[in-house]
Write a protein that binds this ligand. Structure first.
Ligand code: ATP
Length: 351
């Protein structure tokens, strides 16, 4: 089912939580709202469910205006961070409860529950109550409770936030598989850019109640439309340096880049991702020099924080096989074809 938001605004007294958001979620799409705490993602989701009434704007499902419909009329399932299971009911009962309003035979309910439980790997836990389940199992039950209803739309609000890192990654992959199988329109909310990047067909980056970019995860990473998106997406984050344009050459401290087509617009800042910086042992006196402040072994790669004259600290991501000592002076090179330029309003003028 297609979901359309047109000029959606939600105010709480003077506070504008959502400011004129227009957005279409395609039928069968996995779309993620991502942004820092307080940017309005949950409020948008709650407006879609009907738990919150928008101050202005409309919400359409497959072209039909549902803005004034009650939550239970909307055919939506919701999965929350805190599972929201009934504590005294078994997993099976938590799931079947969701089906009570639908006129289904006992056999049909049973088969839907066992099919869903099988898909989620909780077939052996159906007779346990939430207290007897791990966090991951509880969230699988909560997900199962949503899926047994064959909803037209699934909304998920930070469903993995209460789980430990390893389980989050595991469930992330499972959610993707389930979505590939069921193709239910899914709107997912997270503050975790990595979660957004890995699971979604498209992401919507929000800040202060407003859309910053709607695009594929890959485009948000490689072609951010503004400085906020460039900064928010990617970990460790992009390096930003003040810069100026001099006759087709961008200069930032000791760095210089020849970019004839960047002469359009007035760049004030350059952005460089840590993985687009490479480091080498110094040979002779040439090149841009940095001094190693911090060296982190991550496993598949190393992270280095360096001091650069006239710039301050920058961060580089280098191959796991490369080592430098703290205090060591190294030469720095940057991939020319990967830099980003921003103007004084923070808009991207070169990607
Ligand atoms: P988080 O990741 O912290 O949940 P969020 O991006 O989901 O943040 P929202 O929960 O949508 O943000 O909140 C957006 C803004 O609206 C915040 O400033 C929040 O304090 C405010 N807000 C949300 N709900 C209410 C409410 N019921 N009454 C008053 N203000 C609210």
């Amino acid at each position: 089912m297609k979901v359309e938001l047109t000029d959606l605004t939600k105010k709480f007294d003077d506070l504008v939580a959502v400011n004129g958001v227009s957005l279409t979620v395609k039928d069968g799409e996995f779309l993620t709202l991502v942004g820092p705490s307080g940017c309005g993602k949950s409020t948008i989701l709650r407006c879609v469910t009907g738990l919150e009434v928008p101050t202005s704007g409309r919400i359409l499902f497959d072209g039909k205006d549902v803005t004034d419909q009650q939550p239970q009329e909307r055919g939506i399932a919701m999965v929350f961070q805190n599972y929201a299971l009934y504590p005294h009911m078994t997993a099976r009962r938590n799931m079947s409860f969701a089906l009570e309003d639908e006129s289904l035979s006992k056999a049909e309910i049973e088969s839907r529950i066992s099919e869903t439980a099988e898909m989620l790997g909780i077939g052996d836990h159906l007779d346990q109550i939430p207290e007897e389940l791990s966090g991951g199992q509880k969230q699988r039950v909560a997900l199962g409770r949503s899926l047994v209803r064959n909803p037209d739309i699934i909304l998920m609000d930070e469903p993995l936030s209460n789980l430990d890192a390893k389980l989050r990654i595991e469930l992330r992959a499972e959610l993707q598989k389930i979505h590939q199988e069921l193709e239910t329109t899914t709107v997912y909310v997270t503050h975790d850019q990595e979660e957004a990047m890995t699971m979604s067909d498209r992401i919507v980056v929000l800040n202060d109640g407003e859309i910053q970019q709607v695009s594929s995860p890959e485009a948000a990473y490689n072609r951010p439309e503004n400085r906020f998106v460039a900064d928010f997406i990617g970990s460790p984050g992009m390096n930003f340096m003040r810069c100026r344009l001099q006759g087709g050459t961008i200069r930032a401290g000791p760095f210089s880049f020849d970019l004839p087509d960047a002469a359009e617009g007035k760049p004030t800042e350059i952005g460089i991702r840590p993985e687009d910086i490479s480091l080498a042992e110094r040979e002779g006196g040439d090149g841009t020099v940095g001094e190693v402040n911090v060296f982190e072994h991550i496993g598949p790669y190393n992270i280095v924080y360096l001091d650069v004259e006239d710039i301050g600290e920058i961060v580089a991501q280098i191959p796991a096989s490369q080592y430098f000592d703290i205090g060591q002076s190294v030469s720095i090179s940057v991939r020319n074809d990967r830099i980003h330029l921003f103007n004084e309003t923070g808009r991207t003028i070169y990607n």
